[in-house]
Design a protein around this ligand. Structure first.
Ligand SMILES: [Zn+2]
Length: 149
């Protein structure tokens, strides 16, 4: 695992037309959870180890588009993913974030915060430095999270 400098402004905006979530273009080694309605996967640009995204399969752009049933299901899945990350990766804290400026398909960022990232949490959120993981490292990491969900 390497650490690389990164500028989040270089990312291309993902709209309904070029949406990788709708087009089912998530690499299987990144997937930590999937059912009929939701998918969770390791972020392609992680600033901390285990940085995970949870998204509905429908292209919603904000939470107001969810039915109550879908929202409740998402909360349940979110809870299980957070518990698994806490148990298996042992971060000090887990941040949750939702914006939708770059990837407009609704998703929740599940961001494990470790001892060394407390002091630079703004850089973590702005993704100034990224962890560059190999395909095998991503596969091992997703399995680690997946096993307890
Ligand atoms: Zn989409």
């Amino acid at each position: 695992m390497k650490i690389v400098e990164f500028d989040i402004k270089k990312l291309k905006k993902i709209t309904r037309e070029n949406c990788f979530i709708c087009q089912n273009k998530i690499n299987t080694e990144n997937i930590v959870f999937e059912n009929k309605n939701f998918i969770a996967f390791l972020d392609y640009y992680p600033s901390t180890l285990g940085y995970t995204l949870l998204a509905p399969k429908k292209h919603y752009e904000d939470i107001s588009e969810f039915s109550k049933k879908e929202f409740d299901e998402m909360q349940n899945i979110l809870f299980r993913i957070v518990k698994s990350i806490k148990k298996n990766l042992k971060p000090d804290r887990i941040y949750l974030l939702n914006t939708g400026e770059i990837v407009t398909h609704f998703h929740i960022h599940i961001i494990p915060i470790y001892y060394e990232t407390h002091t630079n949490f703004v850089d973590v959120l702005l993704r100034k430095r990224l962890l560059k993981l190999t395909k095998m490292e991503r596969k091992k990491l997703s399995l680690k999270i997946k096993k307890s969900i």
